[in-house]
Design a protein. Structure first.
Length: 251
């Protein structure tokens, strides 16, 4: 059984890479006809959504969705379990996700991220965080959504850890809504924590026939007070995470 799971994961990894390379290649070709960087990024976001939808079929994910995906633009905030979180949340949503700087240097994935609207931040570097906030400001002012994981790190705690306030302050200043999202995986081993690296984690996570995930799109929060945005978002997400775990344990 272990051999079968390893082979399944390797096949999925190869298909993951092949599909990503093909669609990324098409994106690079079509970008030759566009001079403005904004147009290239916007097309990249659409291509990224197409890649994500195909990858879910390849990887055997079973996603249970609660609530309604947002129809308005704003700051989308979620708890953080894995590098795979954005691929679940952005399956049908066009947004600019924020990722840690290290992802920019991952083979293939980093290149795709750079051309599809991902904003990179070095969380332990103040100047990098400030630069990221400037980029968030520009994106929100243009009416697009930002996807951010304000915890700043992955973990397997039953509820969220402290939220970093920067993006909430920006949302409050601009008067844009904060859209909380709760996400969790049936198997806690699917979380990517500590010194785990991409390939071993991928093989462990997607060697299963099904990876079960729950995601809940919660009520948007409107306020010009950053603390209120944080408190309300955190409360909604925590409540859903506890419900997810209770349902899985009872099943």
């Amino acid at each position: 059984m272990k051999i079968f799971n390893t082979l399944l994961a390797i096949v999925r990894l190869l298909l993951f890479s092949l599909v990503t390379i093909i669609i990324y290649g098409l994106l690079l070709i079509t970008n030759l006809f566009y001079k403005k960087r904004d147009k290239k990024i916007q097309r990249g976001i659409i291509y990224r959504r197409f890649i994500i939808r195909i990858l879910h079929y390849i990887l055997g994910t079973k996603i249970i969705v609660y609530g309604n995906e947002p129809k308005i633009s704003g700051l989308i905030v979620s708890n953080h379990r894995s590098y795979f979180d954005p691929l679940v949340i952005l399956k049908n949503i066009l947004a600019y996700p924020i990722a840690k700087k290290e992802v920019e240097f991952w083979p293939l994935i980093g290149s795709v991220c750079k051309t599809t609207g991902v904003i990179f931040v070095r969380r332990d570097n103040k100047s990098s965080r400030l630069e990221t906030l400037d980029k968030i400001n520009i994106v929100l002012e243009k009416g697009f959504s930002i996807l951010n994981s304000p915890e700043g790190t992955t973990h397997i705690e039953p509820v969220t850890i402290d939220f970093k306030p920067g993006a909430f302050v920006m949302a409050a200043q601009l008067g844009v809504p904060v859209i909380p999202v709760a996400i969790d995986y049936k198997n806690l081993s699917d979380a990517w924590i500590g010194d785990d690296t991409f390939i071993p984690h991928f093989l462990r996570c997607f060697g299963k026939w099904r990876t079960e995930i729950k995601v809940s799109f919660l009520e948007p929060v409107f306020s010009n007070n950053a603390d209120e945005l944080i408190t309300s978002s955190k409360k909604q997400i925590d409540k859903e995470l506890l419900r997810f775990r209770k349902e899985w344990e009872a099943a």
